[in-house]
Design a protein around this ligand. Structure first.
Ligand code: ADP
Ligand code: MG
Length: 320
């Protein structure tokens, strides 16, 4: 069974549970309306040693920041403002002391940068590996929430920044190049926290999520949730130019679509708004927005190269 097959199974098995006014499972965050036109957002992301990181390849400080950043990215992708986190750690005894203190310094510094409180969690011993589990809580006005389910036929598909740099960095790391520019990008991702809240103010944006598993996988979540299809023009995909030591095995384009962990935002918007949006985004954040395709009727995701359909079925990262 795949990761997403398992999540579908959880959903089906727990269908009979009360919703208690919440929306979830299925989006980057679960949404809980709290009245007065506002909602809270909840998300959890876990990082496990040897699955998500190698202890010898990262500094504890960077790992503290990254653990938080990947959670803030999910809050940002709903257009929400992160307000608080819960942090649970399962710590091998040899990391108690200086190592875990440095981890906490990284966690604290990024929390400070975004004005996020740490309000609880749990601490246990671990017999072997380090595991980090975070719950992040955000808040927003109801009418600004960007869900995966809002994409409409005719919308343009847009990504922030560029893609594939983190995947190239992971390849460098796995080959022992821990400090190449790409490896550093992989270890120090930036969650688009301010960008997500800024984009939320645009009513012309109909759906949004963050890119954690690669556009090839993540766009499919938007299509499924919105009951639409898409055409993506490969020549429009913004490929990261970050310096890496190892050559991509299957080309930089495949890294950009399939490797994941770029933590950029993927959204769909009304076509007429795109130029205005891109100009203002560039002025505000100094980064490009790239239009890579459009939402169409149906359920298919078609990859085009110069307008011609290519047979390739790019796929993103999955745990199983
Ligand atoms: P993301 O990449 O944005 O963190 P995921 O792909 O991990 O999202 O998860 C997809 C959806 O499934 C989310 O709504 C998430 O909360 C939910 N989910 C994942 N694992 C579980 C689980 N073990 N139990 C309940 N919900 C889960
Ligand atoms: Mg996400």
């Amino acid at each position: 069974m795949t990761e997403f097959g398992f999540i579908d199974q959880i959903k089906a098995l727990c269908e009979s549970l009360p919703k208690c006014g919440c929306e979830g499972i299925g989006d980057d965050c679960a949404v809980m309306p709290i009245g007065g036109g506002r909602s809270l957002h909840f998300t959890g992301d876990m990082l496990v040693e040897r699955v998500h990181f190698l202890r010898e390849a990262t500094s504890p400080y960077d790992l503290g920041r990254k653990s938080l950043a990947v959670n803030l990215s999910d809050v940002a992708s709903m257009g929400a403002r992160p307000v608080a986190t819960l942090l649970s750690l399962s710590i091998p005894s040899e990391l108690m002391g200086g190592w875990i203190e440095e981890f906490m310094r990284g966690y604290r510094d990024l929390s400070l940068e975004h004005g996020v409180a740490l309000i609880g969690g749990d601490t246990t011993a671990s017999k072997l590996d380090l595991a980090i589990n975070i719950t992040a809580i955000g808040e927003s006005e109801d009418h600004l929430i960007k869900r995966r389910s809002g994409a409409r036929v005719g919308d343009l598909i847009v990504v922030t920044g560029d893609l594939g740099g983190s995947g190239r960095g992971l390849r460098d790391l796995l080959n022992g190049h821990f400090e190449s520019p790409a490896a550093q990008l992989h270890k120090r991702p930036t969650a688009r926290v301010n960008e997500g809240q800024w984009l939320a103010r645009w009513g012309e944006i109909h759906s949004m999520m963050d890119i954690s598993d690669g556009v090839a996988s993540d766009l499919r979540h938007i299509l499924k949730a919105s009951d639409v299809g898409a055409e993506v023009e490969l020549s429009l995909v913004p490929i990261s130019k970050v310096e890496a030591i190892e050559e991509p095995n299957c080309g930089a384009l495949r890294d950009a679509l399939s490797a994941g962990e770029d933590y950029e935002l993927l959204f769909t918007c009304e076509a007429e708004a795109f130029e205005r949006l891109a100009t203002q985004y560039k002025e505000r954040f100094g980064q490009p927005l790239s239009q890579i395709g459009k939402i169409v009727a149906g359920a298919e995701l078609v990859w085009l190269d110069g307008g011609v359909a290519v047979g390739d079925d790019f796929s993103g990262f999955t745990h199983y």
